[in-house]
Design a protein around this ligand. Sequence first.
Ligand code: NAP
Length: 260
Amino acid sequence: MFAGVLGYPVAHSRSPAMMNAAFAELGLRWRYLKLPVPPERFAETARALPGSRYRGANVTIPHKIAASAIADELTDAAEAIGAANTLVFENGRILADNTDAGGLLDALGEPVPSTALVLGAGGAGRAAAWALREAGARVAVWNRTAERAAALASELVIRHVRDPEPSELVVNATSVGLAGAEQPEDAARALGLAGVEAPTVLVELVYGSGPTPLSRWASARRARVVDGLEILVRQGARSLELWTGRPAPLEVMRKAVIAP
Ligand code: NAP
C-alpha cells in the first residue's frame, strides 16, 4: 500500500522519513511518498490516489481547505476547523480529518491549562484554538492583523484580544521564528509579549533545527516548552493510526524526524 503528502511545495517535508520509519517498524511493506501537486490539480489527484493503491494522504500548504471540500465525510475537527490535514480512502469514499488539533493536545498532555492565548489566526491558529476550546480551556486569540483574530473568535465563540494578556498557556501559531535568526526578545516583541508575564507552558508550533527564538524566551522564564517537532510527530501518529489501525511507534518517529 501507499500513503503520501500532498502539498506545493513538499520538497522539505519531514513526513516521508517519519512515516517510512514507522511503517518499517510495524513490519508493513508500505511506502510514503512526497506528492507535489499544484492547487489546480489537487482535487483530481486526491481522487485518483485510491485507484493507485493509496490508503490515505497527509495534506499540507496550500491544500488543507480544499481537502476538507473534496471529502465525502468530515470528522468533527475537520468540519469545525474548515480544513483537513489527513485523508483516508475507504470503500470508494474519502474521509477527512484534522489531526493537527488532536496532535497538539497529545503533545501538550494533561492537565490542559485553564487559560490559553493563541497567537495567530491562520490555519494552525484555528486548529489550536478549536482543540483547546474543545479540551475545556478558556481561549483567547491574538493576531498581528487584528481583524482576522476578531473573525476567528466570533466563529469559534472565543475571545480575541488587541494586546496579548497573561495566560497559563501560550501557543505560537504564527510564522515568527521560522527563520530562526531573531533574538528571543525580538520574537517576543513581534508577538506583543514583551512586558507580559511569561506563561507556564509554551506550545511552539514553529520548528527548525534547534530551539526557536520564542522557545528560548520562554525557557529563560522557566516555562515548559512543547516543541513543534513533537506536535508534528503526534499529528503524524494520529494519521498513521487512522490508515493502519495500529498504534504508532512514537519513539521511532521522533528519531526519524530529527535525523539529518
Ligand atoms: P498561515 O495560515 O500562513 O498563518 C500565518 C500566521 O502568522 C498569521 O496569523 C500571520 O498574521 C502570522 N504572522 C506572520 N508573520 C508575522 C509577524 N512577523 N509577526 C506576527 N505575526 C506574523 O500559516 P499556518 O499554516 O497557520 O502556520 C503557522 C505556523 O505554524 C508556521 O510556522 C507553520 O510552520 C507552523 N505549523 C506547525 C505545525 C506542526 O506540526 N508543528 C503544524 C502546522 C503549522 P497575519 O494574519 O497578520 O498575517
